[in-house]
Design a protein around this ligand. Structure first.
Ligand SMILES: [Mg+2]
Length: 433
């Protein structure tokens, strides 16, 4: 039987997908197996290629954005010596981060090219520790995330299985989503968009209702005083009042504060928002200070959510131990990939804290989070940056299957999609390396 299976695999690897259980036994090579036995194969990482690209038009505008904004994405292509390619994503919000990630991904070839793709955990730790004196979280975990997701994609393709089947199997059959209204900057436009989201079957939506202050406009992505003027605050309250009226009492309205506020401002805004029965107040203060978060958490009458700027289980553990949040929202493309998202979720499970993965990027982020959450008992909802994600169809071969506010995963191997390499090359953004 042993030999028969080996011949079967040798004939088909890279050509078609095979039975998961049968092939899995073949691909589990020991870490020290520099000379695999005759019944084993070793698939090695051949090349890592980051693709920093301009996204497709039209890009749906949301509150405060110009319609037609071109969104950049970073996808990670991991090629193997057996011809199987895996895809990851590391898209971030800032051009500076995108450029740094792209450069470091290129350099990661020196670190892990030639490594066995079945050793996902070992490669995770190899990269994590390689940059320890620079800081093993943030930029480092972004690199890890893109490569880790791609390696799980490769593993699924090699074994003929969707990723969720490799993580313990599904505990649910679909992924509940929440998304964002657009139509801004007018309050009426945002409320109309929120109503449309509710009518599409989504049971939750999220927005940052507070317009940028003059101080913030002067410093993109900046935080200086963390204070807002009365007019800005009142626009935010008016917006949430209009959304609540538009969607009724049964739709969750989540507030993203984007870490914009100091402690007294965050406490005041969250307390005022409580009258609208908000589902959570997200990142009330910048992510660096757990004491600030602790003070806000102890003084507001609404649930708190944090996590898109926390990296690895090491950042999440004190949040859980000190009871600083009611919901966690790790980003699978920033916090350490599928491997780490699964560990953070298990850690949260021991505190009975729900996990609601963050998305502010592209389709690989959504799918990687969804595959992981298919196996996580304490999953809450998965974020999608927009309700209509059809723009992604310009560069993925299978549209995301979203119906009635839920994402349905296919049984195709790996993530279940391929990216259009011609599109990626044609829309490349060059950065200095
Ligand atoms: Mg957020």
């Amino acid at each position: 039987m042993h030999l028969v299976i080996t011949l079967f695999l040798s004939d088909h690897i890279g050509l078609q997908y095979t039975n998961c259980v049968t092939v899995h036994w073949q691909l589990c090579t020991p870490l020290s197996a520099t000379q695999p036995g005759k019944n084993e194969i070793t698939v090695k990482i051949k090349k890592i290629t980051p693709h920093l690209i301009h996204g497709p038009q039209p890009y749906m505008a949301s509150a405060g954005e110009e319609s037609g904004t071109v969104r950049p994405y970073i996808f990670v292509q991991v090629e193997t010596d057996e011809g199987i390619t895996g895809w990851g994503e590391v898209t971030n919000s800032t051009p500076a981060h995108n450029a740094a990630v792209t450069s470091l991904l290129l350099q990661s070839n020196d670190l892990i090219a030639g490594d066995d793709v079945s050793h996902i955990e070992a490669i995770w730790h190899k990269i994590f520790r390689a940059y320890t004196y620079m800081g093993s979280r943030g930029l480092t975990t972004s690199i890890i995330s893109g490569i880790d997701i791609a390696m799980w994609d490769i593993r699924g393709k090699l074994l003929g299985c969707p990723i969720y089947s490799l993580l313990g199997g599904p505990v649910r059959d679909r992924i509940s989503l929440y998304t964002h209204p657009n139509g801004g900057p007018s309050v009426a436009g945002i409320a109309r968009s929120a109503k449309a989201i509710a009518e599409s079957g989504h049971t939750a939506l999220k927005t940052d209702p507070f317009p940028q202050t003059a101080e913030e406009r002067a410093t993109p992505y900046g935080f200086l005083s963390g204070q807002v003027d009365a007019a800005t605050e009142n626009v935010g309250m008016e917006t949430i009042a209009a959304i609540r009226e538009a969607v009724g009492p049964d739709v969750e309205v989540l507030i993203d504060a984007h870490g914009r506020f100091d402690v007294p401002t965050a406490i005041r805004l969250a307390t005022r928002l409580a009258e609208f029965d908000i589902g959570w107040f997200e990142e009330p203060v910048p992510p660096e200070s757990y004491p600030a978060l602790r003070q806000v958490k102890s003084e507001v009458p609404v649930p708190i959510c944090v996590g898109e700027r926390l990296f690895t289980r090491f950042d999440f553990l004190p949040v859980l131990e000190e009871g600083l949040a009611d919901f966690l929202m790790p980003d699978v493309t920033w916090t350490g990939g599928i491997t780490e998202l699964r560990k953070i979720s298990s850690l949260a499970e021991t505190f009975y804290i729900p996990v609601s993965p963050h998305d502010a990027s592209g389709p690989v982020n959504i799918l990687a989070g969804a595959h992981t959450m298919m196996t996580v008992p304490n999953f809450y909802k998965l974020e999608t940056m927009r309700a209509d994600l059809s723009a992604y169809n310009a560069f993925i071969d299978h549209p995301l299957d979203i119906r009635n506010g839920h994402l349905h995963l296919s049984d195709r191997p790996g993530l279940g999609i391929e990216l259009d390499i011609d599109y990626l090359k044609a829309n490349a953004i060059n950065v200095a390396t």
